[in-house]
Design a protein. Sequence first.
Length: 479
Amino acid sequence: MQKGIFLGLAAATVLVAGCNADVLNVPNPNSPSRDGASADPNALQLQATGVLRQLRGGRSGYITATARFGREGYIYSPNEGRNTSHYLIGIAGANRLDPAGFAVGVWAGPYGNLRDLYNLKNVLTNSTTLTATQRSAGLGFARTLEALELLYVISTRDTLGAVVQINETPTELAPFVSRDSVYRYILNTLDAGFTELQAGGTAFPFQLTSGFTANGTFNTPATFGQFNRAIAARAAAYYATSGGGAAAWTRAQTAIAASFLNRTAATAAAMNVGTYHVYSTATGDAANGTDSAATPDFLGHPSLRTDAQLKADNTPDNRFLNKTYTLAVARNAPQGLGIATDISMRVYKAQNSPIPIIRNEELILLDAEIRLATGDLPGAIANITQVRTVSGGLPASTLTPASGATAIRDGILYEKRYSLLAEGHRWVDMRRYGLLNTLPRDLTTGVNAHFVARVMPIPQAECLVRARATDPALAAPGC
């Protein structure tokens, strides 16, 4: 589960010791040291780039998995029925997912990156060449990404909990902790990172990718701190609806006020301000794995069309029109495992299309959730109207405070469904509001009847390793 290498340090430079040409000090590139890494700015850059690349690496899988669970869409691979059955049916007749099947992602990747982030934090802490200000900036960066990786894990495992502790020895197992403990760890880590970023001066000791500058400026400790607060607002809202209650909503309210939220965004560009994973087809880089050309089997659920609200001219919501297209011939589910659809996803239109980490449109809708939960119903409705008119081309919301909290909640969830389509939110949102039972089940009878999974299982390999441990506290839940 955990790996103990320093990403990129295999390219360590051969150093000549002193003036004696007969004596060479050759570092072992397969066993890099923290001291060597902390003294080498190139190694530090490689580590920072590496953790960002690993964070990027799992996004396509996260998006397509949560899209299937949340009934945004399907992966209809003609010759691979498990891309349907392992997510919508699971173990036939059992209404549970196979822990040895396809639907066990968002685990090894995040924990591998958490190991590398642990190493990066140690390098920064022990550095004798960085200033205290540079160390603070770097640690704030690392803690923000650590919390984000754990947020992806707990948003897919929910009541199963997760592991938050990374041990010095990679083979030493750490215990699972409860969902409540995971959220508190995430929020405290984000707060600690924000404090470090505030003391981090004007620049990081390494460069970030263009995903932190292309749609807004988030590449300095101060502006990266706004990104940190945006993730904290998301995490606190998730926690509030998962047992954290009023205190977590207050925490979300404080965090979002320090983020890059712009409630009055009036253009698509203003809605899209945020941080992104960037891709390319250049040699050595990675392409977006969910673009419509490379992933023609990523199809939309038919309900996307039937549920889309209409503009004044009686055409569908602009978000439906812009993010999907209609196939000339409907695609059938492989091996009769589902239903046909003629909707194809085009949220990501090219192999170099960026994938959002978090952007202003999500923040406006998170702010609507926070306002609803804290009693500001007119403010929540104003946010709904802002998003639906700017992004959807729809008329202003007809909701009023008299409509009640449930109707306003449903209004927020509609906007999130179409604004954040294929960004990894629908399934999580419906679960945390207790609405998974309202998602469609396309086949309702027979051995291949569909069900809506509540959580992704702990991978069988993790279960087996922990089953051999003598300490019962190291067991994995749900195995």
